[in-house]
Ligand binder design. Structure first.
Ligand code: ADP
Length: 604
């Protein structure tokens, strides 16, 4: 990205505030004119007092007039300056803050429209994405300030001071003018040298925040394995690289800053010598006041150029961060695809034919999948972890698109469906259900924001959550994140009941529930399967055995499919899994225990 592209990209965000920009700009311009007043007044003061002394004048009416005039002009100018500075800073800051809000909101809204594949890419992990957005917003809003508010007045101030110097004396003007390009060149070299380091810094910042997020998410595991040291060391490596980068950046900056400051001093000394020579040589129009006058004007030329360094740095930062930021904002190919098909009613019969699927990171998760999933039945996906069960559900929910083959719902390709409509008709309960910050009621309402509180209670009852929530001090107004894993799982199930969709996908919905809750939820699910399509991914043998159809997957392929009893009889992976589950449950002993208990009861 170059400066012109950057300018074009930012412009739409500044347009809504053009009056604010104009007001700030005008005030800043007035400010840069006023900055020259001090030099002019001082020149006049020194010369007037000098003339007064030369003429043998003492403290008296004339001297009082001179001093009063100076006092009024300087104080008046300062008072006006204070008002202007306040207004200018306030408006400038207001614009920066508003633009920064709009940039942040625009990127959040954009990211929400992206396909799920975008978030699985390595480069877009949560911490990295967050840093890219944060840095983008802050550096771009600084650029807005630089571009639209600071730059023009800075140049005006420098040019104005230069014109005054030329007006006072051509040689003095030329001396100042000679220093300026050298100054520019040093600033430019500094920026070029720093560019690579700054780019690396962006990468390190992303790594750092990703690392910290990882630690927070896995803190229990880290502590239980006593791996604080190892995690600390991993971060130390990033810290060392950041430190190294910072030190290099500082070294380059300090070297060039020193060089510039030296150049400025050379300029000041040259101007003092030149003016002193001209005064002593009785050059026309030269007086002793001119020494101060020229030095102050030269400072007015150098100060904005000093600022230019900051602007240069900011712009370079902005160019670096803008790539990542506008990369997100302008990346329309990441937007989730949608069709237009919205049938009156969704029956829920899926047909998957010849589907292959590869994740964005290159993992091929599905090979030639063929399945029929019918409405009014419970279809179970069985297989070892990593077999591809959740991946199929991801495809059915249109989170990803298959590499080849087709997925049809009620005879129409999923691609044709309006994505929002499709998802309105699907209830998804995942193993790890994200509970949002907020109350239990709010979290259940996520399933249907228009539902009444009675409907929320009803859904909670179906998910066997109601009694537990009513026992809490704040009942349905308690914070949902404080609930146990199993209770959070039931919130997700209640959410699904409230949504009441014709298609339901349950990805290990009872994984974190106790045995009694599992049985209760199983009953609820059995009760709602009528006229619905239910797909369940489960390791729970009872849920699998009770399903109408099973598909056994292995390494991304469907190995077996059909009626559970018949598939079991065929032998193979399904039988292996059921037998292993039965052994791990120690069914024989359980049966004996139950039998013994029954005998005791009958003998009583
Ligand atoms: P299952 O649900 O049967 O346990 P998955 O469908 O989750 O299995 O995973 C199938 C394969 O796809 C695995 O090899 C897994 O590592 C991989 N996989 C799952 N999710 C992703 C993802 N977001 N990005 C890359 N690979 C993934």
């Amino acid at each position: 990205m170059n400066l012109i592209q950057l300018f074009k990209s930012i412009k739409p965000f500044v347009m809504p505030y053009k009056w604010l920009v104009l007001a700030t700009l005008t005030l800043t311009l007035i400010g840069s004119f006023m900055a020259q007043v001090n030099a002019i007044v001082l020149d006049w003061t020194v010369d007037s007092i000098n003339d007064h002394i030369q003429a043998g004048g003492k403290w008296g009416k004339e001297a009082i007039e001179i001093v009063s005039f100076i006092a009024i002009v300087l104080l008046g100018k300062e008072a006006l300056s204070a008002i202007i500075t306040f207004a200018q800073r306030y408006f400038g800051e207001k614009m920066r803050i508003f633009v920064s809000k709009d940039l942040a909101q625009a990127v959040i809204e954009k990211v929400l429209t992206f396909r799920v594949a975008f978030f699985s890419a390595n480069d877009n992990e949560a911490g990295k994405l967050q840093t890219r957005i944060d840095q983008g917003v802050s550096s771009l809003s600084r650029t807005v300030q630089n571009f639209f508010i600071d730059l023009l007045p800075l140049f005006t101030s420098a040019i104005l001071a230069l014109i005054l110097m030329f007006k006072a004396n051509v040689w003095v003007g030329l001396t100042a003018l000679c220093i300026v390009p050298i100054y520019f060149y040093i600033t430019y070299r500094q920026a070029v040298k720093l560019k690579g380091w700054r780019r690396d810094m962006r990468h390190f910042r992303e790594l750092k925040s990703h690392g910290i997020m990882n630690i927070i998410e896995s803190i229990n595991v880290i502590k239980s394995f006593n791996r604080e040291r190892i995690e600390g060391d991993k971060q130390l490596d990033i810290q060392n690289r950041v430190t190294n980068n910072q030190m290099e950046t500082r070294k380059v900056s300090f070297f060039f800053d020193g060089l510039k400051s030296f150049m400025q001093q050379i300029g000041t000394v040259l101007i003092i010598i030149l003016t002193a020579y001209l005064v002593l040589d009785d050059y026309p129009g030269m007086s002793i006041g001119k020494i101060m006058y020229h030095v102050m004007l030269f400072n007015n030329v150098a100060a904005p150029i000093n600022q230019l360094q900051r602007i240069f740095d900011d712009m370079n930062d902005a160019l670096i961060y803008a790539e990542g930021f506008f990369g997100i904002l302008d990346s329309d190919q990441e937007i989730e695809p949608t069709g237009t098909y919205k049938p009156e009613k969704v029956h829920g019969n899926f047909e998957i034919s010849g589907v292959d699927f590869t994740y964005p990171n290159g993992t091929k998760a599905l090979h030639n999948i063929n399945m029929k999933i019918e409405s009014g039945k419970i279809t179970a996906f069985v297989g070892l972890s990593g077999a591809g069960k959740s991946t199929i559900v991801n495809l059915l929910d249109k989170f990803y698109e298959p590499d080849c083959g087709s997925i049809k719902l009620d005879g129409v390709d999923l691609k044709e469906y309006d994505t929002k409509f499709l998802r309105d008709n699907i209830g998804l309960v995942l193993q790890k259900n994200h509970i949002f910050d907020g109350t239990i009621a709010e979290n259940i309402l996520y399933g249907n924001p228009n539902a009444s509180i009675d409907e929320v209670y009803e859904a909670a009852k179906k998910a066997y959550l109601y009694d537990q929530v009513m026992a809490l001090p704040d009942k349905f107004d308690s914070k949902a994140t404080l609930l146990s894993g199993g209770q959070q799982q039931r919130i997700a199930i209640a959410r699904m009941f409230l949504k009441n969709p014709p298609i339901i996908f349950l990805d290990e919905p009872t994984a974190s529930l106790d045995a009694i809750a599992t049985e209760q939820i199983k009953n609820s699910i059995d009760a709602i399967k009528k006229n619905r399509t239910v797909i369940i991914i489960s390791h729970s043998i009872s849920q699998i055995i009770d399903s109408d159809t099973i598909y056994a997957l292995q390494n991304g392929r469907v190995e077996q499919g059909g009626d559970p009893d018949e598939v079991y009889k065929q032998g193979g992976i399904y039988k292996d899994i059921v037998d292993a589950s039965a052994r791990s449950l120690n069914i024989e002993k359980i049966a004996k225990a139950i039998e013994g208990d029954n005998k005791k009861e009958t003998s009583l």
